[in-house]
Design a binder for this molecule. Structure first.
Ligand code: SF4
Ligand code: SF4
Length: 577
């Protein structure tokens, strides 16, 4: 095994620039590699990583170290010098760890997960690992809503919110280790931990037509794996633990709330992390007190930040402590004057709103619950506070969308720009436009993903309509990766063979060819009508939301029927009993 000292020194230097990491002396503790399948910059902006790092390192029997995907040139350097992937804390090789736990937030990171295993010298395929290999586990949003495309590479998945499960997982793992249990027996025991899904303990049987006929548990594996969720958020702190300047947004992250009760029909976070919960203001004030020493801007995290009931008090508290605040986006219908003023005083130059669609019809289809007046009101508050720039998140290719709905996006942008010009002559409006990707465990899991030629034509139409407007910009992600994400989001375990083949042939760019070579048709996953009773690859998981409820919501979308948000005493979807 080679070792490039420059790579090792680079990691050590980066570690020296951090505050808050923990390094345990060698020996005595189980070694847990917390791996983020993207760069250090992206990974260190992921609050889940900080939370799990903190929980594991507070155990008396576990030492957790972090691994990140080296950037392009560095990854080549690892390969060229045959250096195994090294940890941040002690620059130890990945394969020396007992457990490798990936935090997976994005489908495109599946390719990076395989790169990290390969460079880390851990056999890629779960079936090829032996008693000396680490256990490879994965958690995070993607692992929660559909683990199947990763099922050939991951021994066990943590389904739902990891705070409670990861501790129980380690208890059972440690006990199995002490008993001298084999890898197989350890995994069998782990499959009994609530929220742990061991894919090798389930057989997937397909019909000749390609659909799943049944998912069959092997031996005494549970028929369903219940996602776990934290009932009282105050039980677990959720803020930045390791502080560094080298993150995407250079923020000290603090989570205000989790889950969202707004029922947008495309939103995986809104369905997989129900019910909506808030952290108490006292706990948030404590977190902000702890942040003061670093002097960083506070990045408030949560599904819909402006829905936090005490957002005004929280905003005022942050500023009164001499700190600044930031939010990624917020709902136009719950934003307050105090919040916007606090953001402006914090130096925020751009407000991001997410109407998702231009027409009232499409906002009813997705159940966005945002009217045009809300957008104008938010802009009015922003302009009054001195904020000049506005960004709108828009999706195209939504179910039941027509050309008129695409035109409505440009028309809405025009009206908002008119308002902006009348009140703030130097203001800009930017549309961030993405194709809609159907996600598991949402009412739109039955939806067809619009074809590439439709998306490209809609984008062209939108660009043309906006070209006449000065100060209105349009940013669109490349459509190619959206279709890979679409396949991976609703893929079954056969797709993991294509992932493996693509990895061997160079990664994401080889995915389309790999699918063909595996005899898999992308249209099967993207553009066919899914049946009401179709067995989905993720049906073995139990998110608490009844499938019939999701289907009813899917049908309501067609009729433009809107659904009211969560409320106390509600029992509609199955999560609250
Ligand atoms: S407001 Fe809608 S899109 Fe935003 S988190 Fe909630 S459900 Fe998702
Ligand atoms: S049961 Fe009602 S309140 Fe509870 S998560 Fe479902 S919709 Fe929301």
């Amino acid at each position: 095994m080679g070792l490039d000292w420059k790579l090792k020194e680079k990691l050590a230097a980066r570690l020296a620039r951090e505050q808050g990491h923990i390094v345990y002396p060698a020996g005595g503790r189980a070694r847990f590699a917390l791996a983020y399948p993207n760069s250090y910059f992206v990974g260190m902006s992921n609050l889940g990583l900080h939370i799990i790092y903190d929980i594991l390192n507070h155990r008396t029997d576990t030492a957790c170290e972090r691994f990140f995907l080296p950037d392009g040139r560095e990854l080549d350097e690892y390969r060229r010098t045959k250096t195994p992937l090294l940890s941040m804390e002690t620059q130890s090789p990945l394969s020396d760890f007992d457990v490798v736990g990936f935090a997976v937030s994005f489908e495109m990171d599946y390719f990076h997960l395989l790169d990290m295993l390969e460079v880390g010298r851990v056999p890629l395929l779960a079936m090829e690992r032996d008693e000396r290999s680490p256990l490879v586990i994965a958690g995070g949003p993607c692992a929660t809503f559909n683990p199947e495309p990763l099922s050939s590479f991951v021994d066990a998945f943590i389904i739902g919110e990891g705070e409670e499960t990861v501790g129980r997982f380690m208890d059972v793992y440690q006990a199995a280790k002490q008993d001298g249990a084999t890898r197989e027996e350890t995994l069998r025991r782990l499959s009994c931990v609530p929220g742990v899904y061991v894919p090798s303990l389930y057989e997937h049987i397909y019909r000749g037509s390609g659909e799943l006929e049944t998912i069959r548990p092997v031996g005494d594996a549970p028929a369903h794996v219940e996602r776990q969720w934290v009932k009282n958020l105050d039980d677990y702190p959720a803020h930045t633990v390791v502080v560094t300047d080298e993150t995407e947004f250079d923020l000290y992250l603090v989570e205000t709330a989790r889950g969202c009760g707004r029922h947008c029909r495309f939103c995986m976070a809104g369905y997989c992390f129900r019910r909506p919960r808030n952290r108490s203001l006292a706990v948030l004030k404590d977190a902000i007190n702890g942040a003061k020493v670093y002097g960083k801007r506070i990045g408030l995290m949560g599904a819909a930040i402006s829905d936090y009931p005490k957002i005004d008090e929280l905003s005022e508290h942050i500023l009164s402590e001499g700190l600044a605040m930031s939010v990624a986006s917020f709902r136009a219908d719950s934003v307050t004057e105090t919040m916007i003023r606090s953001l402006a005083e914090s130096g925020m130059k751009t407000i991001t709103l997410a109407p998702e669609a231009g027409s009232a019809k499409m906002r009813a289809v997705v159940n966005k619950g945002i009217d045009e007046e809300h957008l104008f009101h938010a802009m009015e508050l922003g302009v009054a506070a001195g904020i000049r720039h506005y960004r709108l998140y828009i999706m195209i290719g939504l179910p039941y969308e027509t050309e008129a709905d695409v035109d409505a996006v440009a028309e809405l942008a025009g009206r908002l720009k008119d308002y902006l010009e009348a009140h703030e002559s130097r203001g800009t409006l930017t549309l961030s436009v993405n194709p809609f990707i159907p996600k598991p465990f949402t009412p739109f899991q039955w939806a067809v993903m619009a074809e590439k030629k439709y998306i490209e034509a809609a984008l062209k139409r939108l660009k043309k309509a906006l070209s006449a407007r000065k100060g209105v910009g349009l940013i669109a992600e490349p459509t190619k990766s959206a279709y890979i994400q679409g396949v991976l989001a609703r893929g079954d375990r056969r797709v993991s063979c294509a992932l493996y083949r693509a990895h061997m042939a160079g990664g994401a760019k080889a995915f389309h060819r790999a699918m063909k070579e595996e005899g898999l048709r992308e249209e099967f996953y993207l553009s066919r009508e899914y049946g009401e009773k179709e067995i989905f690859p993720w049906d073995v998981l139990d998110m608490g939301v009844k499938k019939e409820y999701l289907y009813e919501e899917w049908k309501r979308a067609e009729c433009l029927e809107t659904t009211i948000p969560c409320f106390d005493g509600c029992r509609r979807c199955g999560v609250c009993g």
